[in-house]
Design a protein. Structure first.
Length: 320
C-alpha cells in the first residue's frame, strides 16, 4: 500500500516478539506538555460523562429500548477510549512509546471491534426510532426486552468477528525496518504502511470490514430515516412533526459525527492517504467525538435529563 513518508526498509521481521514504536506527536515535541494535559483533561471528562450516563441507565428500573441502547453505547465508548487514549498519553509523556506485536494486534482488534459495535448499535437505534415514529401502536410489542438483548449481542459478536478477521489478515504480513508507526495508536492504514509485501489479502479484508462495519449499518440507518421522513410528511400537525423529529435529532447528530470521521479515514482511494492528516482526524475521532456523545444526549434526551436529576436529588438526600 503506497503511503506518505514510508522509509526505505532493509530487514524483514514477522516474529511474535517484534516491537513497534508509536511515534505519536513526536513532530510537536515543543507542545508535548500542553497536549498531554489537554488530552488528559478531555479523557477524564469523557470517562466521567459516559460513566455517568451508563450508571444512570443501569440504575433506572424501567428502561425503554432507546435508553437500553444508549447504555450500551456509553459502555462501548468507555472501552473505546480506554483502548486508545492511555497509550497515546504515554506516547506524549515519553516522546514515542514502544508496543509489542501482540499488544499492537490487540489494540487494533479492540479498536475495530468497538468502533464496529458502535456502528451496529447506531443502526439498531435507528430501527428503534423507525418503529417509534412509523409504527407507534406496535412499538411495545416489536421492541421488547428480548429483541433488544438479541440486537445488542448481535452487534457485539458481529463486530468482534469482523475485527478478528481483519487483524489476523494484517498481522500475517511481514513487516520491515524501521518499525516506527507514524500514529498514536495501531490504526490499520498506519500499520499496513510498514508491510514489506503488497498485502492484497489485508487490503481485501480492510475493504470487507469497511463494507460490513461502515457501509451496511449506514445504509440501514439511511433506510430507517427515509421511512421516518416519508411518515413525517403525512403528519399534518407541525407540533406532532416537531415532536417526532426531536426524538431523532440526538441520534442523527451522533451518527453524522461517527460515520463522517470513519468514512474520511477508511473509505477513500489509497492514493489520498496521508498519515499526518489521518492522525489529526483520528484525534477528533478518538477524543472529541466520545466527549460530545454524553453532552449531546444529556442536553437533548429528556429521559436522560430526568434520570440525572433523580440521581442528583438522591445524592443530596443522602448527604442530608
Amino acid at each position: 500500500m503506497p503511503c506518505e513518508g514510508c522509509m526505505e526498509r532493509d530487514n524483514v521481521s514477522s516474529g511474535a516478539t517484534m516491537e513497534f514504536i508509536l511515534l505519536g506527536f513526536s513532530e510537536l515535541l515543543h507542545l508535548r506538555v500542553l497536549l498531554f494535559f489537554i488530552f488528559l483533561i478531555v479523557h477524564l471528562v469523557t470517562l466521567a460523562g459516559n460513566t455517568m450516563i451508563f450508571m444512570a441507565v443501569v440504575m433506572e428500573p424501567s428502561r425503554p429500548p432507546m435508553l437500553f441502547f444508549l447504555g450500551q453505547l456509553s459502555a462501548v465508548e468507555l472501552c473505546y477510549t480506554l483502548v486508545i487514549v492511555p497509550k497515546a498519553l504515554l506516547s506524549l509523556a515519553v516522546g514515542g512509546s514502544p508496543i509489542s506485536m501482540l499488544g499492537c494486534a490487540t489494540q487494533m482488534h479492540f479498536f475495530v471491534a468497538l468502533g464496529g459495535a458502535e456502528c451496529f448499535l447506531l443502526a439498531a437505534m435507528a430501527y428503534d426510532r423507525y418503529v417509534a415514529v412509523c409504527q407507534p401502536l406496535r412499538y411495545a410489542a416489536l421492541m421488547g426486552e428480548g429483541l433488544c438483548l438479541r440486537l445488542a449481542l448481535a452487534c457485539a459478536l458481529g463486530a468482534f468477528a469482523v475485527a478478528l478477521g481483519l487483524t489476523v489478515a494484517v498481522f500475517r504480513l511481514p513487516f520491515c525496518q524501521p518499525r516506527r508507526i507514524d500514529h498514536f495508536f495501531c490504526d490499520v492504514p498506519a500499520v499496513l504502511c510498514l508491510a514489506c509485501a503488497q498485502g492484497y489479502a489485508a487490503e481485501l479484508a480492510l475493504l470487507a470490514a469497511c463494507v460490513l462495519l461502515l457501509l451496511l449499518p449506514f445504509l440501514l440507518i439511511l433506510a430507517s430515516y427515509l421511512c421516518i421522513a416519508v411518515a413525517l410528511l403525512g403528519v399534518v400537525s407541525p407540533v406532532g412533526r416537531g415532536k417526532a423529529f426531536s426524538t431523532c435529532i440526538s441520534h442523527l447528530a451522533i451518527t453524522l459525527l461517527h460515520f463522517g470521521c470513519a468514512a474520511f479515514i477508511y473509505i477513500r482511494p489509497k492514493s489520498s492517504y496521508s498519515l499526518a492528516r489521518d492522525k489529526v482526524v483520528s484525534l477528533v475521532y478518538t477524543n472529541v467525538t466520545p466527549l460530545m456523545y454524553p453532552l449531546i444526549y444529556s442536553l437533548r434526551n429528556k429521559e436522560i435529563r430526568g434520570i440525572l436529576r433523580k440521581m442528583l436529588r438522591r445524592k443530596k438526600i443522602g448527604e442530608l
